[in-house]
Ligand binder design. Structure first.
Ligand code: GDP
Length: 195
């Protein structure tokens, strides 16, 4: 990946850089899902600003311009257990407003931790995106990880497929990744260039 420039951090969908005709890919997931690690993997650490932040503290829509050709948009993690009800509601309002109003949004990467069984919050978020016709792909993170006492990665992914299929009778595309083994990096980049 070529040059990655940090352009803006905004608290409101209305304050994002004006849509400039360049496509935008937004990345979303629960706090601690491995979003910072994946973004660093995708950009090969080329953007110093893409570092892990304390969960629940960054409530910004962060815009990064890649090779002056497309945008990566880092949205704050959802479902942080210690976040107040007020900040959760604010988060919900501004990220969802972003999804429904952003004219140059080409697609969303919904990150889901494959080392644990699907969580209610992830399913709720997938449901919301489907209901609002926001195009998204599920990127499974931590696929290298066999967490003690947890079902295997494949079992967790199958379970997520089963739940989504049962409810919606269709499945979004899915990509398996690991920021430890670097598996899936090329698949995600290929997918992004396809959209
Ligand atoms: P964020 O809060 O979503 O930005 O998550 P981070 O990228 O900060 O990662 C949260 C934790 O998960 C950190 O301890 C990471 O080292 C770990 N982690 C992230 N990605 C992976 C992965 O692919 N495999 C494994 N085993 N651990 C990961």
């Amino acid at each position: 990946m070529q040059k990655v420039e940090f352009v803006s951090a905004t608290e409101d969908a209305d304050d994002c850089p004006p849509p400039d005709g360049l496509p935008e890919v937004a990345v979303i997931g629960r706090s601690n899902v491995g979003k910072s690690s994946l973004l660093n993997l995708l950009t090969k650490g080329k953007s110093g600003a893409l570092v892990s932040s304390k969960p629940g503290t960054t409530q910004h829509i962060n815009h990064y311009l890649v090779a002056k050709k497309w945008w990566i948009v880092d949205l704050p993690g959802y479902g942080f257990a210690k976040a107040s009800k007020e900040s959760t509601e604010m988060w919900d309002r501004f990220t969802k407003e972003y999804f429904t109003t952003r004219s140059n949004l080409a697609g969303v990467l919904l990150l889901i931790d494959a080392s644990i069984p699907p969580m209610e919050k992830d399913l709720e978020y997938a449901d919301w995106l489907i209901t609002h016709n926001v195009p998204f792909t599920i990127v499974h993170t931590k696929c290298d990880r066999n967490k003690p006492g947890m079902p295997a990665v494949d079992t967790n992914i199958d379970e997520l497929r089963r739940i989504l299929d049962e409810k919606w009778h269709r499945l979004p595309s899915m990509i398996s990744t690991s920021s430890v083994s670097h598996d899936g990096r090329e698949d995600v980049l290929k997918f992004i260039s396809s959209i």
